[in-house]
Design a binder for this molecule. Structure first.
Ligand code: GLY
Length: 277
């Protein structure tokens, strides 16, 4: 068994303990790669220091919309802009088990409710304070002027603080990701996390998860890019080559697993923890 999880690029290494707790609790009693990555990401979603599930960032309108995905052996389940559920990654697994690949927005939230997922408010005190700060900066703006201001602030946003996990068990690979998105982001905005090949990828050769500003990761489809580099360049170099495709002012992190081990690369601090048994 190999497992590697992260708490988002830009999250300080002092949060390694939080990721370690999530890994230890999340793998407990699990024997399959997919169950392991979901278990670990659920724990990260429940820890308010990370930007996923409880503790997700707030959008400029004050709402919280979350993205999550799971992938195992070429099969995918993803949710985007889901609201008021405790564990978006578990709803992504419900999509995985359905005939669909991705559900989005209010219909996705309704899908979760229909399956018994209760109404849950993931807002924390810290995120409420961040919203007040954003409101103050955008105060008195409306329409195109507000959008212009949002753009100005959004260009300065560094990182997207996804949480993610990759795992290998008996040569089978899985990946899971979850995020509350970025600050200064609009309602309806979707980042890399629920998009195959951008925020995550898992196939016969391994599994990869990325973290950083979604718009930049989507443009480069970095998870699939890294996955495709692994056979020729090896795990560590594939991670480093993926990071090297970004200018230094864009924060980016990647974690990966294959038959030979686990590896990561980043251009900022990135809380993480891995095990190999
Ligand atoms: N990487 C998470 C996001 O941009 O939404």
């Amino acid at each position: 068994m190999k497992v590697l999880a992260h708490g988002g690029v830009g999250s300080p290494r002092e949060n390694d303990d939080g990721v370690k707790d999530a890994v230890n609790k999340g793998i407990s009693g699990k024997t399959e790669a997919l169950d392991i990555v979901i278990g670990v990401v659920r724990e990260l979603e429940d820890d308010p220091i990370f930007n996923a599930g409880t503790g997700s960032r707030v959008r400029i309108d004050g709402s919280i919309q979350m993205d999550a995905a799971v992938m195992f052996d070429g099969e995918i389940g993803a949710v985007s802009a889901i609201e008021r559920v405790k564990n978006p990654v578990s709803v992504a697994k419900e999509v995985y088990d359905s005939p669909f690949v991705m559900l989005t927005g209010a219909d996705c939230t309704q899908f979760a409710r229909d399956l018994g997922y209760e109404d849950y408010d993931p807002l924390t005190k810290k995120r409420k304070e961040e919203l007040e700060e954003m409101n103050e900066k955008l105060k008195g703006t409306d329409g195109p002027e507000r959008l212009k201001k949002v753009r100005e602030f959004y260009e300065q946003v560094d990182g997207g603080d996804t949480v993610g996990c990759v795992a290998e068990v008996y040569g089978e690979y899985a990946a899971a990701v979850s995020t509350g998105g970025t600050s200064y982001c609009m309602r309806g905005r979707v980042g890399d996390s629920p998009l195959i090949g951008c925020g995550f990828y898992a196939g016969k050769k391994g599994a990869v998860v990325t973290t950083g500003k979604g718009e930049e990761i989507i443009k480069r489809m970095s998870a699939k890019r890294c996955y495709d580099l692994i056979p020729e360049h090896g795990l560590k170099e594939a991670c480093e080559m993926t990071i090297a495709e970004y200018p230094n002012e864009i924060s980016i992190g990647v974690i990966a697993v294959n038959g030979s081990g686990i590896a990561s690369a980043d251009n900022r601090e990135m809380a993480r923890f891995g095990i190999e048994r």
